[in-house]
Design a protein around this ligand. Structure first.
Ligand code: ATP
Ligand code: MG
Length: 390
């Protein structure tokens, strides 16, 4: 028997109108995730994607790569048997006799309806066989071993472990979003949650070098590199921000500095979004997490752009965000302690209820357009390709 990967996808199967487009994207993303393995044999049949593995394939690495492909509900490393009950029995016995268990169940899914028995009958016959041959007990709810039998593509695939994917939609089906990424914990998680909903992310970072260390920029690049593993080609814009901050020191009341920073960030982000043909922005804000994230402050900041701002973390607790950050492997990078632009010139007590009138008054006579233009001129653009996959 050979080893195959059987991939089941969930939600996308329901999107009837776009189904073909969604499936094609998923397959393209799977191929890209497995690019290191050379040319792979892949088939798409009856709502499953089936891949033949070769002996030299590192299954752990495949697992790690597939866990990053959104749209996958679960997958399994399976053995192929044939659509013949006696052969399935023989093959199943060959596999289960090496396993330690007292109770078991057989779980059959039959995509190929032409097989002469229905799922229930196949499960009964195989259950009876294993029970007699191995003297083990069937227990449908409290079992040590679950034997999956997937009847599809002229095969009967046998496996024992389902590996959960993260579901969602294949990256690319929802268009592109521009994520404001700091070196912190939250914004990389926000980007990843939008990738989960099928969005390709373009990144923008505001950098106050040389007032902040260049390690901060390197850290942001590494974060983008990790997130690139979910989409396989990414773009990071780094915008010089120090001059703007210096001007803000002159214009804004001390306790309003962060609000002025954010308004300028959004103006710059909007410009980049427009050149990229992107329709919405993403940030990592969570309501009330810090002073700048009160309803009043978020409202005062959002007002500078007509683009929608997606804040996927708005209702998340810090612990929940950290849990995702660990899972997606950005956490250890994010907690490296380098100052970023927002830690520069921080007042002791930032305002928590910004007064929009006051902000508009101060900005009225401030020629920030010139600063915006200069910053855009100084933008650096970094490309991340599949080679960066880590
Ligand atoms: P994070 O953990 O993402 O830094 P945070 O909780 O520290 O978030 P803030 O510092 O208030 O929150 O920033 C709010 C959001 O503004 C960030 O999540 C990010 O989207 C954006 N942002 C902040 N600083 C920068 C920056 N230097 N470059 C790009 N975006 C930034
Ligand atoms: Mg931050």
């Amino acid at each position: 028997m050979q080893r195959y990967i059987v991939i089941h996808y969930g939600e996308i199967a329901l999107k009837l109108g776009n189904r073909k487009f969604f499936e094609a994207k998923l397959i393209e993303n799977i191929r890209r995730a497995l690019k290191d393995f050379g040319k792979i044999w892949l088939r798409h049949q009856h709502g499953r994607i089936i891949i033949l593995t070769e002996e030299n394939f590192d299954l752990e690495k495949i697992k790690h790569q597939l866990e990053k492909v959104f749209g996958i509900e679960y997958f399994a490393f399976a053995w192929n048997s044939e659509q013949d009950l006696e052969i399935i029995k023989k093959d199943l016995y060959g596999l289960v006799k090496k396993k330690k268990f007292k109770t078991f169940r057989i779980t059959v899914r039959r995509a190929q309806k032409s097989f002469f028995l229905n799922s229930q009958k196949i499960a009964e016959k195989l259950g009876e066989f294993v029970m007699k041959k191995m003297k083990k007990k069937v227990d449908l709810t409290d079992f040590d071993l679950n034997c999956f039998v997937d009847i599809v593509d002229n095969y009967a695939f046998l496996y024992f472990d389902k590996i959960s994917g993260r579901g969602g939609l294949p990256v690319g089906v929802s268009g592109s979003l521009l994520c404001l990424i700091s070196g912190g914990i939250d914004s990389p998680v926000a980007a990843n949650l939008m990738q989960k909903r099928g969005a390709r992310i373009v990144f923008v970072h505001f950098d106050s070098y040389p007032a902040t260390p260049k390690e901060n920029r390197e850290k942001v690049k590494e974060l983008v590199n990790v997130l690139n593993g979910y989409q396989h080609d990414s773009l990071l814009y780094v915008v010089p921000f120090l001059e703007i901050q210096k001007e803000i020191l002159k214009v804004a009341p001390d306790d309003y500095r962060v609000i002025f920073y954010r308004r300028m960030m959004l103006r710059l982000a909007q410009k980049i979004a427009v050149t990229e043909g992107i329709l919405a922005l993403v940030t990592g804000e969570s309501l009330g997490q810090v002073a700048s994230q009160t309803v009043e402050n978020i409202t005062a900041v959002s007002q500078v752009t007509s683009l929608p701002i997606f804040r996927p973390l708005i209702g998340f607790n810090k612990e929940e965000i950290i849990e995702i950050a660990r899972k997606i492997e950005t956490y250890n990078l994010s907690i490296q302690p380098f100052d970023d632009c927002c830690s520069l010139y921080m007042p002791k007590h930032p305002v928590t209820r910004a007064n929009l009138q006051l902000i508009l008054e101060r900005e009225k006579n401030w020629d920030f357009e010139k600063l915006v233009e200069a910053a855009i001129k100084g933008v650096e653009r970094y490309k991340f390709s599949e080679k960066n996959i880590i």
